[in-house]
Design a binder for this molecule. Structure first.
Ligand code: SF4
Ligand code: SF4
Length: 397
């Protein structure tokens, strides 16, 4: 694709990178075929090719920022388009650059909601407080927000330093408040294998929420805070493990996010290189794990952040099958469930439609359980599923 950026924009790191990405797009449109929002609306501007064109026009000063914002806000950042693209266009990175260019501010109700989410979600203390109080006031909240308030609150993990080796487990923000049992299950599994689990006392939000809402300053502050919290522990652990694929995909990107920061670049790259999804770690162990619910039929939902963001396909399926589970075929497994971080709150109609479609596919063959690998997908699907939705780690004995 030809670009014609203003000289002052192309002189910046962000402008140079956006130019590189845009020029790698040949505008073939293959990506539209796997884009969930294009499938819903049928509008070219709600598909990746159209969004890429809008972003180019925005940077060239030829497009109204409001129109670009509207279509970009409807993007899930699921990155299914990247998996499909034959030219290797880094759409997710381009979308983040465009979002940072536009900035996080929105007018009216959307603006208030976005500010509230930025104030709340990355802070575990506030999340716990809202979860404690909010469950009594759900009837006062918009349905999309009420659905995010858990009925049960879980606690953070206690460190277990006993074992022949140790790993550092990322606790996550929403995960430790809503589905803390996932990390406890992993700790129990690793204990049997003589692997200790430590946590970083100063771990904060991975930064993905602020990043995808276009708030560069807050996102990079969160990333730097986490590098400070995680880097000093690297020498004492074999790996940093993430059980929430949505957090893991961002931590793995820390090196790129801080590449231009002379103080943090090296340490950020080291943290990113040490980080693995739990499926990578478990499938690399020599022991085969056994099923906690033998004989159950499982419908597996691979989160976008796992299959498209981290390009990890097939690892969980292999572990669960080896453990003795029957994995059912699921149609359109590449499509997003509609959770997508804050998307379920900010775009409730599209998110709800995507969830209905996803549950129809997942429940088509009457599974006993649905399994997934990210807290957002788990809570979003569980809110409307007819069968329990668990993290796949919870299926192992
Ligand atoms: S992003 Fe890739 S698949 Fe989509 S139009 Fe560009 S080159 Fe084609
Ligand atoms: S990230 Fe997902 S929703 Fe956004 S353009 Fe790509 S495929 Fe479509």
């Amino acid at each position: 694709m030809q670009t014609n950026f203003p000289a002052d924009f192309i002189a910046t790191d962000r402008g140079r990178r956006a130019n590189e990405i845009l020029r790698s797009c040949v505008h073939c449109g293959f990506c539209n075929a796997t884009c969930p929002t294009y499938q819903l609306s049928g509008d070219e501007l709600d598909g990746p090719r159209g969004r890429i064109y809008l972003i180019k026009e925005l940077f060239e000063g030829a497009e109204d920022a409001q129109r670009v914002t509207q279509h970009l806000d409807r993007c899930l950042t699921c990155r299914a388009c990247e998996t499909t693209c034959p030219s290797g266009v880094a759409y997710g990175e381009l979308a983040d650059i465009a979002r940072m260019h536009i900035g996080p501010q929105r007018t009216g109700y959307a603006g208030v909601l976005r500010s509230f989410l930025q104030w709340l979600v990355p802070y575990v203390g506030r999340l716990r407080l809202l979860a404690r109080v909010g469950k009594y006031f759900k009837f006062l909240m918009p349905a999309s927000l009420a659905a995010q308030v858990p009925n049960q609150i879980t606690q953070g993990l206690r460190t277990n330093t006993q074992g022949t080796k140790q790993v550092l487990l990322l606790q996550g923000c929403a995960q430790q408040v809503t589905t803390g049992g996932v990390n406890e299950s992993l700790q129990g599994l690793l204990k049997q294998l003589q692997i200790g689990v430590i946590t970083a006392p100063k771990e904060g939000c991975c930064g993905s929420l602020d990043l995808h809402l276009g708030d560069e300053d807050q996102a990079l502050a969160a990333v730097r805070g986490n590098v400070d919290a995680l880097y000093p522990l690297l020498d004492s652990v074999e790996a940093i493990i993430s059980t929430a694929s949505g957090c893991g995909v961002t931590v793995k990107d820390y090196g790129r996010l801080l590449v231009a920061d002379p103080v943090y670049a090296e340490r950020a790259a080291a943290v990113a290189a040490a980080t693995v999804d739990v499926s990578e770690y478990i499938s690399g162990l020599s022991s085969t794990l056994t099923a906690k619910y033998p004989g159950k039929r499982i419908a597996w939902h691979p989160p976008c952040s796992l299959q498209h963001g981290q390009q990890l396909d097939g690892l969980v399926e292999t572990v669960l099958t080896a453990a003795g589970y029957e994995l059912l075929p699921v149609a359109d497994a590449h499509l997003c469930c509609g959770s997508a971080g804050t998307y379920s709150v900010l775009q409730p109609q599209w998110s709800g439609q995507l969830r209905d479609n996803k549950l129809q596919s997942l429940q088509a063959l009457q599974p006993d359980l649905i399994a997934t690998a990210n807290v957002g997908c788990q809570t979003h699907l569980a809110d409307a599923a007819k069968v329990p939705v668990l993290h796949w780690i919870e299926l192992l004995a």
